[in-house]
Design a protein around this ligand. Sequence first.
Ligand SMILES: [Ca+2]
Ligand SMILES: [Ca+2]
Length: 159
Amino acid sequence: MRIGSLLTAATLAAGALVVTPPAQAAAPAVRIIKIYYDSPGSPDLGGNRSLNGEYIQLKNMTRRAINLKGWTVSDATKRKDHVYTFKNFVLRPGKIVTLRTGKGRDTSTTVYWGRSGGTYAYIWNQVRDTAYLRDPSGSLVDTCSYNSARHDYKICWPR
Ligand SMILES: [Ca+2]
Ligand SMILES: [Ca+2]
């Protein structure tokens, strides 16, 4: 019963989105809120702990759960291995998911890109880069750029 009503609500929500004009005008359902791009410590040699010291955080801005399956996070490069695609992951209303660059076991709050291989395994450049969040259709949902060597992270939202 509960699942049925949830599905109905989801269907209604999806229908409402379809009739809402320019999707870009609406506030993003999921936002990039933070990028920690200069992993703690120096130099950054690309060990797993250091890779996992850099991360990006996404927040569900809505009052409904959103399954991020098929959503992607990518950086300013066009490299295929710099695209992370979410597997089945339900982000509850108002909750945050942390995507870390290195390897690890996914939990309900943290997922791992699974990268390794030293200094070239990092995703988020030390000074300047852009993060892109796209939904499964490839539409851009949110983006966050930074350009500062003075900070180790960027607060993307609230701006
Ligand atoms: Ca560092
Ligand atoms: Ca990069």
